[in-house]
Design a protein around this ligand. Structure first.
Ligand code: FE2
Length: 281
């Protein structure tokens, strides 16, 4: 890689329509045939609708083991509750970073009967040594999340540190994640640095951007995985909003089945057995 290399688009993903939980309509961008995973990310879903029938069923109680679930809301309210006695409501621009670890049963239900509900769920893998860790939470509201204002752009820094030194509130030493929500005014450029060790993607919430020296166009609703390089450069064709997410890959074997993600088939079977014995409750 030469000194001036820029992150380019590696793969453009349109996502597929899916239904999860009790009939929640969503678009799956990571975790389906087009892109099964982008180590350490196992799943990335976008949901957004002002039609209650698309979300009212929510995600009734279900288990997780072996990874982390990250919910980031753009609009509306979601109530979560779990077998460890935690509960709360995530609102617009708020985040919940849940380490399921050795096992949790939780529910995520809309705290509204009408209006717009929109947001994302990201699954972050845990390394073998941490898969059976105690569950834990990092939950932050919009007010807790640092903002950075630049010429033509505005960032919410959920996790990671920008070149200008703004630090995110979510900590994760294993994958050292970047999770930025960026608004970029049309005809402006955004640049920063993603560590060379990290796998990265952007997801366009609204607008249209041009990435890298190859000038690849990425449109609303598309996810673009990025090559490794030492400088990220994004140009907005229109007023745009997008997420930039990156993390250090684990480079470990992945065995997944439904709500469990482990390293081996035996560990998956053990997870089902433990869940059936009621060990998650
Ligand atoms: Fe869940």
């Amino acid at each position: 890689m030469d000194i001036s290399s820029k992150n380019e688009v590696k793969q453009l993903i349109n996502g597929i329509k899916a239904s999860d939980g009790d009939g929640v309509q969503l678009t799956r961008l990571i975790g389906s045939a087009n892109l099964m995973q982008l180590d350490p990310f196992l799943l990335f879903d976008a949901f957004g609708s002002d039609q209650p029938q698309d979300y009212i069923g929510g995600f009734p109680p279900h288990p997780h083991r072996g990874f982390e679930t990250v919910t980031y809301m753009l609009a509306g309210k979601m109530r979560h509750q779990d077998s460890a006695g935690n509960s709360g409501v995530i609102e617009a621009d708020g985040v919940q970073w849940m380490t399921a670890g050795k096992g949790i049963i939780h529910s995520e239900m809309p705290e509204q009967e009408q209006g717009l509900l929109a947001g994302f769920q990201l699954w972050v893998n845990l390394p073998a040594k941490d898969k059976m860790t105690e569950p834990k939470y990092q939950e932050k509201s919009a007010d807790d999340i640092s903002q950075e204002i630049r010429e033509g752009s505005q960032l919410k820094v959920v996790s990671g540190t920008t070149q200008q030194g703004t630090q995110g509130v979510i900590k994760n030493d294993t994958i050292a994640p970047i999770y930025w929500d960026i608004k970029l005014t049309k005809q402006h450029n955004f640049s920063d640095v993603i560590p060379c060790t990290h796998n990265a993607f952007i997801y366009i919430i609204s607008g249209e951007v041009i990435i890298g020296d190859k000038k690849t166009k990425v449109q609303q609703g598309q996810l673009a995985t990025l090559t490794h390089a030492d400088s990220l450069s994004i140009w907005a064709n229109y007023d745009s909003r997008f997420l930039l997410i990156a993390g250090k890959p684990l480079n470990e074997p992945v065995e997944r089945a439904g709500p469990f993600v482990m390293n081996t088939r035996e560990e998956i079977e053990q997870a089902f057995a433990d869940y059936q014995r009621g060990e998650f409750a």
